[in-house]
Design a protein around this ligand. Structure first.
Ligand code: AMP
Length: 398
């Protein structure tokens, strides 16, 4: 089966065509600036060159049409016609309490996703536009929704309730949901496979450290806690998101800086994290490491604050699970940034784990960093959310 995996943002659309038999990416690409001047599609066929074409895209339906044109193109295409796409898998950010697993999309499912729009006003409407656009272009091809929140629906009440008046949970479903669920699920499963054990027998902490970052406690195969909350703003210090702060800061800054609460939250989402904390050096860890190596004090403080927050969460989740067998690093920073893994690793030694200097030099590869004799296995497991979505799509369509 060939599965087209779609990840729609408000003005972008990422795609991968994946063969479920070989799990190979046949082609991938990105439509950018949809509905804005200067829209462009970047397309890379398997084994071929990446190419960017500037072409007007009035809306996401135009974008999907272009994706199909590229996939079936004589020169850069990888299939002959639409008939070779067997299913579409959509990444959906928020499934609220309605979706604890992936589902085949029908009208009722679309309505239920729409009902979660309030919880993810930036993401879910865009995801729905993606579904409708694919429906318009490929009405007969079955589609599956894979939710970022679904894997964390196993969290117990004590982990997902906030210390707020209970009526807000009842009225508005204000609670912890968690995100990156597809990645936490994929990485914890793969981590268990790598050490030849069953995930259902293990206590695993997954550190998804990318531009967005979250940690989860996966206890005997189930997510029992995770650092992101009602929205992806809570938890770790991220690329541009602040993570945990005292909520009183919002009101305080609104008054001092003459901003609305929405404006302060926008600063918390877009101008904070390592970008803000470093005084604007960068949201990219490569730049921060370079700056710190050159002696920039703000960059050093930022990296230290980042590592400390990650370590604190790992500590909390070891306590939540009353133990830990595996700590897995993944995503851009977790897979590639050896300095950050060392900085976090220094906090973990008391747990009975270590980071081998030579193995830690590897980038973006599956590797066990700890020693065979260590009590806790520390490893790197590259995530692959698109493949996870394709697998889920096949599981539900077959
Ligand atoms: P992601 O959101 O998972 O794509 O992660 C993006 C982040 O990963 C970037 O902002 C970088 O800070 C980091 N990253 C990616 N590649 C490297 C690398 N080779 N070395 C250090 N950090 C990296």
């Amino acid at each position: 089966m060939n599965v087209l995996v779609i990840n729609c943002g408000s003005s972008s659309l990422k795609y991968q065509l994946i063969s479920s038999e070989t799990e190979e990416v046949l082609a991938k690409g990105l439509c950018e600036r949809i509905g804005i001047d200067g829209s462009a599609i970047t397309h890379t066929p398997k084994g071929g060159e990446k190419s960017t074409t500037e072409i007007p895209m009035a809306d996401h339906t135009d974008a999907v049409r272009l994706v199909i044109e590229k996939l079936t193109d004589e020169k850069v295409g990888v299939i002959k016609s639409l008939d070779e796409i067997d299913a579409v898998g959509h990444r959906i950010v928020h499934g609220g309490e309605k979706f604890a697993s992936s589902v085949v999309i029908d009208d009722e499912v679309q309505k239920a996703i729409e009902e979660c729009n309030d919880l993810a006003p930036l993401h879910n409407p865009a995801n729905l536009i993606g579904i409708n656009s694919c429906k318009a272009i490929m009405p007969k091809i079955p589609m599956v929704a894979v939710f970022d929140t679904a894997f964390h629906q196993t969290m117990p009440k004590k982990a997902y309730l906030y210390g707020l008046p209970y009526e807000y949970y009842e009225k508005y479903k204000v609670r912890r949901y968690g995100f990156h669920g597809t990645s936490h699920d994929f990485v914890s499963k793969r981590a268990a496979e790598i050490i030849g054990k069953n995930r259902d027998d293990l206590k695993i902490v997954v550190c998804h450290l990318g531009n967005g970052a979250s940690i989860s406690a996966v206890d005997h195969g189930k997510s029992v806690d995770t650092s992101m909350g009602l929205t992806p703003l809570e938890g770790l210090i991220m690329g541009t998101r602040c993570g945990d702060i005292d909520p009183a800061i919002v009101g305080f800054l609104a008054e001092k800086e003459n901003m609305t609460a929405d404006e302060v939250i926008s600063v918390c989402n877009k101008k904070s994290g390592v970008l803000g904390l470093s005084g604007g050096i960068s949201s990219d860890f490569r730049d921060l490491v370079t700056a710190a190596d050159r002696g920039n004090e703000k960059a050093k403080d930022t990296l230290e604050a980042y590592a400390y927050r990650v370590a604190k969460y790992i500590g909390a989740y070891v306590m939540a699970m009353k133990g830990v067998d595996v700590i897995a690093f993944t995503a851009g920073v977790g897979e590639n940034n050896q300095q950050m893994r060392v900085m976090i690793g220094e906090y973990l030694e008391w747990l009975g784990t270590s980071i081998d200097t030579e193995k830690n030099k590897l980038r973006g590869e599956e590797v066990i960093l700890s020693k065979d004799t260590d009590k806790v296995v520390t490893m790197v497991v590259p995530t692959n959310e698109e493949l996870a979505i394709a697998r889920e799509t096949v599981r539900l369509i077959k």
